[in-house]
Ligand binder design. Structure first.
Ligand code: COA
Length: 144
C-alpha cells in the first residue's frame, strides 16, 4: 500500500470504471494532480506489481453544523482481488490518517445498490445512520 501518484492515473481510472464512473485517464490525471497536492485529501492505492488492485480516497471535511469528519469519497477493489482483505487494509489506512488529524469519525455514503459495500462497512464497525435522496441540478443546458 502506498500514496497515489500521477503515474497511477490510468489504473485509478480503470478501477473507477468498476465503480460505475468510467473516467478518461487524462481527466483522472488532472483530478489527481489537484487532489494529491491538497492536504485535506488522502488517496492510497494497493499496488499489485504494476497493476492496481484497489484504491481509496478520503477527504477531511469541515462544516458549520457538525464536528470535523473524514469522509470516504471512493473505495474500490479489483473484482479479481475481492475478499482478500484489501478493502479492509485500505480503510485502516484512512482510519490512521483520520486519527493523525485528530478527527474522531469516518463517514461514508453508499448507494443502496452497492450490495458488497453494506456487509463490508458493517463488518468493519460502521453503523447505518440514515437514508437520503440525492438531488442534482445541471448548470448548463447541454449537461443532461
Ligand atoms: C466493498 C469492497 C471495497 C470490499 O473490498 P474487499 O477487499 O473485497 O473487502 P475485504 O476482503 O477487506 O472484506 C472484509 C470483510 O468485509 C465483509 N465483506 C466484504 N465483501 C463482502 C460481500 N460481498 N458480502 C458479504 N461480506 C463482505 C466480510 O466480512 C469480509 O471479511 P471475510 O472475507 O473474512 O469474511 C469491494 O467489494 C468493492 O470494491 N465493491 C465494489 C465497489 C463498492 O461498492 N465500493 C464501496 C463504495 S461506497
Amino acid at each position: 500500500m502506498r500514496r497515489a501518484t500521477l503515474k497511477d492515473a490510468p489504473e485509478i481510472a480503470r478501477l473507477a470504471g468498476e465503480l460505475g464512473y468510467p473516467t478518461d485517464p487524462s481527466e483522472m490525471r488532472a483530478r489527481l494532480s489537484i487532489l494529491t497536492d491538497d492536504p485535506d485529501h488522502h488517496i492510497v492505492v494497493w499496488d499489485g506489481a504494476g497493476r492496481l488492485l484497489g484504491w481509496v480516497h478520503a477527504e477531511h471535511r469541515r462544516a458549520l453544523d457538525a464536528p470535523d469528519r473524514v469522509e470516504l469519497m471512493g473505495l474500490v477493489v479489483d473484482p479479481s482481488a475481492r475478499r482478500s482483505g484489501i478493502g479492509a487494509a485500505l480503510l485502516e489506512a484512512v482510519e490512521e490518517w483520520a486519527r493523525s488529524r485528530g478527527v474522531d469519525a469516518i463517514r461514508v455514503r453508499s448507494n443502496v445498490a452497492r450490495d458488497s459495500s453494506h456487509p463490508f462497512y458493517e463488518k468493519l464497525g460502521f453503523e447505518r445512520q440514515k437514508t437520503q435522496h440525492v438531488y442534482r441540478k445541471p448548470l448548463r443546458s447541454d449537461n443532461a
